[in-house]
Design a protein around this ligand. Sequence first.
Ligand SMILES: [Zn+2]
Length: 221
Amino acid sequence: MLLGPPGSGKGTQGERLQEDFRLPYYATGDILRAAVKEGTDVGKQAKEFMDRGDLVPDEVIIGVIAERLQGEEASDGFILDGFPRTVPQAEALDTKMTELGRELTAAILIDVTEDEVVHRLGGRRTCEKNPSHIYHVEFDPPKEEGACDIDGGKLIVRDDDKPDVIKNRLAQYREKTEPLIDYYDDRGILNRVNGAQSPDEVEESIHGILATVRREEEEGM
Ligand SMILES: [Zn+2]
């Protein structure tokens, strides 16, 4: 499970872990955005909250995630990103995992300062044609300003990357998600990674943590 504020690079690391370990990657943001795009009942509910930069309520998310965890594809493990976001969600997840006879191996916190988050998210540009095409005006600019390298789509500032919404997301993170750090620390599965490092260095740190966890599991600790 990946933890960290919006803009900490969780998504990038989740995708790398997915490739490195060949595990399904459940990014709640993507799952919810897909539901919004498809216009399902849950998607319509979720959209109202997301447009305001508010967190989507627990009951809307939990059913979607639980269904995924019970699938065949997740039988060897899975990567969670963006869920749980609150302590009640973490408790609901624990209950569900216990029911399924599963156990969380590690919670990895990618730690970055709020100033860094504002800097990173404020410069982010998303392709209108394909929201998985993401750029940054400073760190990863497109070849031609305002246009996607891959399909020429117009690059826009996504609603939840707008300044007021970023501030709202950070406030929500502080209030509801930061307590999760203590929650998983108490369970002895919290691991911290310095998110100010380059993506390659963050990835290397995460691999180191997972290697240690795996070794401890094999030794029956
Ligand atoms: Zn594109």
